[in-house]
Ligand binder design. Structure first.
Ligand SMILES: Cc1ncc(C[n+]2csc(CCOP(=O)(O)OP(=O)(O)O)c2C)c(N)n1
Ligand SMILES: CC(=O)[C@@H](O)[C@H](O)COP(=O)(O)O
Ligand SMILES: [Mg+2]
Length: 635
């Protein structure tokens, strides 16, 4: 969009040249600004995909924050950061907003490298209070006096990390503002005891009625009744906090303000102005509607939480051909349901992502065997360990990137006790547009050295089915990782079979070298081998390793002994990944002297956002990249 069109269609927004400009607008202009921000977000996300409903819900909140806090001085820390689109638009990124989440475009999350107004990088949840507290401590050590504000959602408040931050903040008594953006939603409906406590909405009206009735009773007490009533009246704040969510936060020594209507910008601005003058830790509880201002998103905030391309007029998802295929997530979910039919010890656990991890169908079918623990990946794994210790067969479905949080629980609670826990790491590999915070490219590296754990990755949909059945039949812990998105349309198995642990399969014969590939890289490796043959007449073998731990050692050593080179291909970080594991095996068996080995994978740097296809091409791990590497290897 040219500057001229921007000015015509979004005049108020285009006039914001720096965040401070928001403070100069009158009420009418602010209303127009809010409307233009929403329109811009809907229009852009309909074309790029992204976190629509969370961002639409905080338009007024963002404007109110910028009316009172100056991000050139004050620090604003967004939790998860998936709701920060309005903030991006008001802090100098309007002209690049159309590149949201696109290759080389702006990120879908706050990034310190993207803007001086992004004070803390984020993408995973529940970090904001700890980070903001660290900033407040640094400010005090430097004798500065700016404000620090953390904005955290009710879903993100289900993680223990948030309470670790609250606990220290209350103990230190630092000047810190925490804004709790409560829309009663995580991605799905928020869960847990805290969520129902927060949403108890003990409204002012309820408290006032209670007070009125109590006061009239007190006044009837002879002689001292009026004094007691007067004391109680003065104690309104503590009375209110006793009966509202304030009770919880006051216990952490926060001053609690709320609950407030989060779309009333004038009121929010006033409250933030007053909050600015207060000292110590303060929690402002704001009630918002997820998807506010866009009917489809208000009606179905889960679908529009993170959405693909859609028609802005209707909200209907844009269909692409690939959509006809089931995703790995769907294959996992339906297979799990099937396997659970045969074994009632199978239970499913998700950490606030039943839709994303494909276990919603399981939840519907077996509600008593399904647990959504909230955004608590660490707890999820230890909870599974507890279940397994009593003979159950828990399946923990968590995205690879979020499983990073559970490393110690996997080591200490699951593997050390050799428990029957199946860890299903969805979104293993490059996830695409969510970018660096979300790529699941470290799981093989952080799992493969843990004793007792079996680690595997399927090459296609039926192999995922077989691997899930294998995991559930295995006596011990198993980690299974599979990619984001659709597979290749391979026909599904009616009855999944159990695979021999630590055995791969030779998919293509050849004597001019061998490609050893894992998971999603197997099919591109096969294609590359076929193309190489067409182009050069050279025949390279292709081996699907299936297992990272235990490695198919005998098969790999036999290939090493018979082939001139071995090309190792994976969609994981090269350091410590699958290729490293094979190299260790080969070195330990003196199998390297007559063998040239090359590795393809994710290099030792963070990979930014872009489509999976673009990123794989850029990293040279797609068909063409593998073919190029083969051309360089064959002689
Ligand atoms: C550690 C971690 N686990 C899971 C997620 C996936 N996730 C992103 S947003 C979200 C829901 C957050 O709910 P809330 O904080 O209330 O924000 P809302 O979307 O309601 O605005 C989840 C589960 C994540 N980003 N980080
Ligand atoms: C912000 C966040 O962490 C999630 O919303 C995530 O973006 C979902 O990713 P998928 O789109 O792969 O389910
Ligand atoms: Mg929420």
């Amino acid at each position: 969009m040219t500057e001229q069109i921007l000015q015509e269609l979004f005049p108020t927004l285009a006039a914001i040249k720096s965040p401070g400009d928001v403070q100069t607008l009158d009420e009418k202009e602010l209303t127009r600004l809010g409307e233009e921000i929403r329109r811009m977000i809907i229009q852009t996300v309909s074309a790029t995909g992204g976190h629509l409903a969370p961002s639409l819900g905080v338009v007024e909140l963002t404007m109110a924050l910028l009316r009172v806090f100056n991000p050139a001085r004050d620090r604003i820390v967004w939790d998860v950061g998936h709701q920060a689109y309005a903030y991006k638009l008001l802090t100098g990124r309007l002209d690049r907003f159309h590149t949201l989440r696109q290759l080389d475009g702006i990120s879908g999350f706050p990034r310190t490298c993207e803007s001086p107004y992004d004070h803390f990088g984020v993408g995973h949840s529940s970090t904001s209070i700890s980070a903001a507290l660290g900033m407040a401590a640094a400010r005090d050590l430097a004798h500065q006096d700016h404000k620090v504000v953390a904005v955290i959602g009710d879903g993100s408040m289900t993680a223990g990390l948030a309470y670790e931050g609250l606990n220290q903040a209350g103990g230190l008594g630092k000047d810190l503002v925490v804004v709790l953006n409560d829309n009663e939603m995580s991605i799905s409906r928020n869960v847990g005891a805290l969520s129902s406590f927060l949403s108890r909405k003990l409204s002012k009206r309820w408290v006032q009625r209670f007070k009125k009735e109590a006061e009239s009773i007190m006044r009837q007490i002879p002689k001292i009744g009026d004094d007691i009533a007067e004391y109680a009246r003065r104690s309104e704040d503590s009375l209110k906090s006793f009966f509202t969510p304030g009770m919880l936060f006051e216990a952490f020594r926060f001053t609690y303000i709320g609950p407030l209507q989060g779309h009333d910008m004038r009121m929010l601005t006033n409250v933030f102005q007053q909050t600015r003058e207060l000292e110590g830790p303060i929690l402002v509880h704001v009630l918002t509607k997820k998807g506010k201002g866009y009917a489809p998103a208000e009606t179905n905030p889960t679908f529009y939480h993170g959405v693909g391309c859609f028609e802005p007029e209707t909200g209907a998802a844009r269909k692409f051909d690939a959509c006809a295929l089931p995703s790995y997530t769907e294959v996992f979910g339906s297979t799990l349901c099937k396997l659970a039919e045969e074994d009632e010890r199978v239970v499913a656990i998700t950490a606030a992502m039943p839709e994303g991890t494909g276990v919603s169908c399981f939840a519907d079918k077996y509600p008593e065997r399904f647990f959504d623990v909230g955004i608590c990946e660490q707890h999820a794994v230890t909870f599974a360990a507890g279940l397994a210790s009593q003979g159950m067969k828990p399946v923990v479905a968590i995205y690879s990137t979020f499983m990073q949080r559970s490393y110690d629980q996997i080591v200490h609670d699951v593997c050390l006790q050799n428990l029957n826990v199946t860890l299903c790491l969805d979104r293993g590999g490059l996830v695409g547009e969510d970018g660096a915070t979300h790529h699941g490219v470290y799981d093989l590296s952080f799992l493969r050295h843990i004793p007792n754990l079996v680690v595997m990755a399927p090459r296609n949909e039926p192999e995922l089915q077989h691997m899930l059945a294998t995991a559930l039949a295995f006596d011990g812990p198993v980690a299974l990782r599979y990619p984001r998105g659709v597979g290749e349309g391979a026909p599904l198995a009616q009855t999944p079979t159990i695979l021999p642990i630590g055995q791969g399969e030779l998919l293509r014969e050849g004597t001019d070298g061998v490609v050893v590939a894992l998971g999603s890289r197997v099919s591109p490796a096969l294609e590359a081998a076929r193309m190489l043959c067409e182009e050069t007449g050279k025949d390279v073998a292709v081996f699907n390793a299936r297992f990272v731990k235990p490695l198919p050692a005998e098969q790999l050593l036999a290939l090493a002994a018979s082939q001139p080179f071995m090309l190792l291909v994976e969609e994981n970080a090269l350091p410590g990944g699958f290729g490293s594991a094979v190299l260790e095996l080969l070195a330990d068996h003196d199998a390297l002297s007559n063998l040239r080995v090359r590795r393809l994978g994710v290099p030792d740097r963070f990979v930014e956002h872009g489509s999976q296809k673009e990123l794989r091409a850029r990293l040279g791990i797609n068909r063409d990249g593998i073919l190029k590497a083969l051309h360089a290897l064959v002689r």
